[in-house]
Design a protein around this ligand. Structure first.
Ligand code: NAD
Ligand code: MN
Length: 358
């Protein structure tokens, strides 16, 4: 049997609860499958680590996880640590140096889940949002001069490179090509942002020539929010910048029922570095410690991790188990309007895995 070495970084708040649940489910799945197993190495990095060590992770942190097969990440953020410190000190400190430039966010309405879009049922909303994850608005370029004074000027420069834009658009076209509808929507704001976003449009048109079987169109990001709500069935694969896709994917998560369901994969397509799998949601300190966090987003990202590891049949088995559980409203957590606990949902998914003899 193969052993996959996974670096588990639960970090803060409900991240700790959902990663514990995810590890239980993955171990149950490996037990059921019998052809592979997991070795989870735990890293206690995050906001508590910061409070004692003055850094979110050790200086050689990345070296410690550099050779793992994947990273299973919870969520980062605490009420008493500034968000820019927790985000840049841990999540982005892993994503950017490990060149996880493709952030992949599937969105679907799972069985038993009600979308706030009244006219929409399951099959009409089936998207994958590809987020540029290495540069753009989150490149970290900018600064403040005359800080705190009336004449203060502050900038955050959205920096885009031809290489960075080309590789993410190529990734999105490939992904669109692999899906049944072969449909790609390229999102920009090239009417207002007239340098980098115009380059983005030009590169999309160039890359498109290598994918004649993919149907593609362009949308401005503001109009895109309307299309997602009004005509969700016209969308399939979507590619957007770091900031635009960050916002669009929270909207997508809400349209698919809850942030507690939405998963994401931070992929280094060249596999030079490990890729990182996490729920989209944050540490949710409003519900942390109550045992009611929805673990479904974490289970779904575990499916993405299994696919990345080359275990597609196991990923399918886990997704089947998740869908059997979401189909039962008595197993919905409070974010979905139910009363189930993290424990009950986790046990039900494990039972569904064990009872699945397909
Ligand atoms: P959040 O995602 O933590 O919570 C938003 C709302 O959704 C809250 O009401 C929360 O209770 C609910 N929610 C989120 N996930 C849920 C789940 N699995 N089950 C049930 N309900 C869930 O976003 P926020 O409140 O804006 O941020 C809290 C902290 O998390 C901040 O410090 C923020 O910076 C951080 N954050 C981290 C990440 C990340 O690590 N990737 C992402 C977003 C926010
Ligand atoms: Mn976000």
């Amino acid at each position: 049997t193969k052993t996959y070495r996974i670096a588990a970084i639960p970090a803060d708040g409900i991240g700790i609860e959902v990663i514990a649940a995810g590890i239980e489910v993955l171990n149950a799945l490996a037990g059921k499958t019998g052809t592979f197993r997991f070795r989870f190495d735990h890293f206690d990095w995050g906001s508590d680590y910061y409070k004692t060590h003055g850094a979110m992770m050790p200086a050689d942190g990345r070296e410690q996880i550099r050779h793992h097969d994947a990273i299973f990440f919870g969520a980062v953020g605490a009420p008493d640590v500034p968000d820019h410190i927790s985000l840049w000190g841990l999540r982005l400190a892993i994503c950017q140096p490990f060149d996880q430039y493709a952030n992949v966010r599937p969105t679907r309405i799972l069985p038993g889940i009600t979308s706030p879009l009244r006219h929409v049922s399951g099959p009409e909303l089936d998207w994958v949002i590809v987020r540029e994850n290495s540069e753009g608005e989150y490149a970290g370029v900018g600064g403040r001069v005359h800080q705190g004074h009336p004449e203060e000027v502050a900038t955050d420069v959205s920096m885009m490179t031809r290489t960075g834009v080309t590789r993410i658009i190529r990734y999105a076209f490939k992904l669109a090509q692999s899906r049944p509808r072969k449909l790609l929507t390229v999102v920009t704001k090239s009417n207002a942002q007239r340098h980098a976003m115009v380059m983005w449009d030009e590169i999309a048109a160039e890359v498109a020539q290598d994918f004649p079987d993919v149907t593609w169109d362009k949308m401005l990001v503001d109009a895109m929010t309307m299309r997602m709500v009004i005509k969700p069935e016209t969308l399939d694969t979507i590619v957007a910048t770091n900031l635009h896709a960050d916002i669009l994917s929270d909207l997508a998560a809400a349209l698919a029922g809850s942030l507690g369901i939405a998963p994401t994969a931070n992929i280094n397509p060249e596999r030079k570095f490990p890729s990182m799998f996490e729920p989209i949601h944050g540490s949710a300190f409003d519900i942390a410690g109550k045992g009611i966090a929805n673990p479904i987003a974490t289970f779904w990202t575990a499916c993405q991790m299994l696919e990345h590891l080359g275990e597609a049949p196991a990923a399918d088995r886990l997704m089947r188990a998740v869908e059997r559980v979401t189909a039962d409203p008595s197993l919905h957590t409070p974010d979905l309007g139910g009363r189930a606990t993290t424990r009950q949902v986790t046990d039900a998914v494990i039972a569904a895995i064990q009872g699945d003899n397909e």
